[in-house]
Design a protein around this ligand. Structure first.
Ligand code: AGP
Length: 621
């Protein structure tokens, strides 16, 4: 959470910082601020509560000019979101300015110490202690900013990605990280820090990762990385394939709509080179899993634990059904924030599959560490090259969804599901639980998913009145109930999450069979039921559950299989998805709910790409 950016080079820093913050705003939007070292050698700080536009408006007539600066967009943790608590924070002298993402857990004791020594604090944030702690090191004789930063790092508990600059050492920024993302951009005669690569794509595609426990000193011409104890680290830049255009809205009114429409291409990329023809068969091809198998690490695996949060967790529920059905292995999906405190039973017999699109979710990363310490083998799924997850796991499977800017996840959901699909078939092949014919027949269907999504989006997509009409009558509702069975239940949970996070309508996702055990009391003519009623072995059961609620006068929106005309008898509104194996339906069935959430939010005038109180990357626990 929080977005941070730093620039040092020859250009005017302010527009670069503001543009970078605009691209990072999805990480937090409680306040925004910049600090620029101006040509007179003074650090000029501007910060405003609220969205970035408040800051942009405030500086529109007098932008600070200078060739280095730092910027921050905040998701508040300590201290309410106001001007004073906005970053950057400065020390008592005003010589230093600093931005931070994360939580310093021992900030109260450090603050007390520093106040006792005479440091004056202006904000309620944990971040401000960092500026004063560096100031103290310098006052006590640290030879330069780098030494001062290095000295304070071992005293901090918690998570941080920070960037600091001093007017006494112009031309230099220092960044450090521990359990919060920070990457370095290597430009031509300029260098950058940023929370993620999308902020820098416009300037460079050459990026370096910074690992936990490392800091970096960047100047216009040089990038040096060190461990906390001062040892220099050699790191080769990564060339990022994403281009700047892919992180733009491309004429769509919102990133969310653009990203929903990009799902066929994203799904295709997730499958690309993971399905291989072999003679007259198709085989799942995941080299990383083959390497694990050859190393013997999969030999003793008798169970799978899946770790994830939010939408990624719902993808794991879909993964479970495929893994259990096809690879015949017991699977336990865990919400990562529960797993890590549950004293879980995990050991060398456990394969962990961790999913996090950002690769930075604090609870998922901590759970992965715990599982690794207990001897588990860990496969990570993420969309972010070089993210924290990739450094913790045995192998990483990239989602290849392309940049996902909107806070509500869509294409990373379907690419997680696609990747899990091939992974489940790969494990079925290795465990010999499905024959070549069955695998080929499933993979032939998997290959059709991107085209089926394309068709589905054409039918229910942008220009479709039915979905917009349905959104119009959903918009005034205060509450909605989503139901499904089997994988349809996971789609219901994800549909409910999308609706609540984008349109702020209360929504719950329930197993259809559970309605009559309590939640059916909530249903009436003002609380609609959204049902996943696609063809499956439990289709008729779902229809019975729908009838139960219609008897209570609730209106029904159904996602059904193409050709199912009877469903109209049971629902006011129907969205069809193409026929496919029932375990492969979820990636398709989720799409009408995504669009419905989107258009309902449009009707309600919500802030679609940046829903209130949320952030794209949840780096706090
Ligand atoms: C998705 O729409 C949500 N914004 C959120 O639930 C998200 O899926 C969750 O925070 C997990 O993120 P991750 O995949 O980056 O770990």
């Amino acid at each position: 959470m929080c977005g941070i950016i730093g620039y040092v080079g020859e250009q005017n820093a302010t527009p670069i910082l503001i543009d970078g913050l605009a691209r990072l705003e999805y990480r937090g939007y409680d306040s925004a601020g910049i600090a620029v070292l101006d040509s007179q050698g003074a650090i000029v700080v501007h910060k405003r509560a609220g969205k970035l536009r408040n800051l942009s408006n405030a500086i529109s007539s007098s932008q600070p000019h200078g060739v280095q600066g730092i910027g921050h967009t905040r998701w508040a943790t300590h201290g309410e979101p106001n001007d004073i608590n906005a970053h950057p924070h400065v020390d008592c002298t005003g010589d230093l300015a600093l931005i931070h993402n994360g939580i310093i857990e021992n900030y109260q004791e450090l603050r007390k110490e520093l106040m006792a020594e005479g440091h004056v604090f202006t904000s309620q944030t944990d971040t401000e202690i960092l500026a004063h702690a560096i100031e103290r090191e310098l006052a006590q004789g640290a030879e330069n900013l780098e030494t001062a930063v290095r000295n304070i790092l071992p005293k901090l508990r918690g998570a941080y990605a920070m960037v600091v600059m001093s007017r006494k050492e112009p031309g230099k920024l220092i960044g450090a990280r521990n359990n919060a993302p920070l990457i370095i951009g290597a430009g031509n005669g300029e260098s950058y820090f940023a929370s993620d690569m999308t902020a820098l794509l416009k300037h460079t595609r050459s990026m370096l990762t910074l690992n936990d426990g490392e800091y970096a000193v960047i100047t216009a011409a040089d990038i040096r990385i060190h461990t906390i104890d001062g040892k220099q680290v050699q790191r080769t830049p990564i060339h990022v394939e994403w281009d700047a255009q892919s992180a733009e809205k491309d004429g769509y009114p919102h990133y969310l709509l653009k990203e929903i429409m990009e799902q066929p291409a994203a799904a295709q990329r997730a499958l690309l080179s993971r399905i291989k023809p072999l003679d007259d068969r198709l085989v799942p091809q995941i080299d990383e899993i083959d390497a694990l198998a050859q190393s013997g690490k999969l030999k003793n695996i008798s169970r799978i634990i899946m770790l994830a949060c939010g939408t990624s967790y719902y993808a794991s529920l879909i993964g479970r059904a495929m893994l259990e059905r096809w690879a015949r292995i017991p699977v336990e999906p865990w919400v990562a924030s529960e797993f890590r405190y549950a004293d879980p039973v995990v050991g060398p017999d456990t394969l962990v599959i961790a999913i996090t699109q950002s690769g930075e979710t604090a609870d998922t990363i901590a759970s992965v560490r715990l599982a690794k310490e207990s001897g588990a083998v860990v496969v990570g799924l993420t969309n972010m090259v070089g993210s924290a997850l990739t450094r913790e796991v045995d192998v990483t499977l990239y989602l290849n969804a392309g940049p996902e800017i909107s806070v509500p996840a869509t294409k990373t959901f379907v690419t997680s599901v696609m990747t899990l699909t091939v992974l489940a078939l790969k494990l079925a092949e290795l465990r010999d639980t499905l024959d070549a014919f069955a695998i080929t027949s499933l993979l032939r269907q998997v290959e059709t998913i991107p085209a089926k999504m394309e068709k589905l989006l054409e039918i229910v997509g942008v220009e479709n009145n039915t979905i917009q009409q349905t959104a119009k009558w959903l918009a005034p509702c205060q509450s909605a109930m989503f139901i499904g069975r089997g994988s349809g239940y996971a789609v219901a949970r994800e549909g409910a999450l999308k609706l609540k996070e984008v349109s702020y309508i209360h929504a719950e996702g329930y197993q259809a069979g559970e309605l009559k055990h309590g939640p059916i009391t909530l249903l009436d003519e003002f609380t609609p039921l959204l049902a996943v009623a696609t063809h499956s072995i439990v289709y008729e059961k779902v229809i019975s559950n729908i009838q139960e609620v219609r008897a209570r006068r609730a209106k029904v929106i159904a996602v059904a299989t193409e050709g199912d005309e009877l469903i109209h008898k049971h629902a006011e509104s129907v969205f069809y998805v193409p026929e496919i194996d029932e375990l492969l339906v979820p990636a398709l069935a989720a799409i009408p709910f995504q669009l419905l959430a989107y258009y309902t939010a449009v009707e309600r005038g919500c802030d679609i790409d940046q829903p209130r109180n949320l952030a794209k990357s949840v780096t706090v626990e």
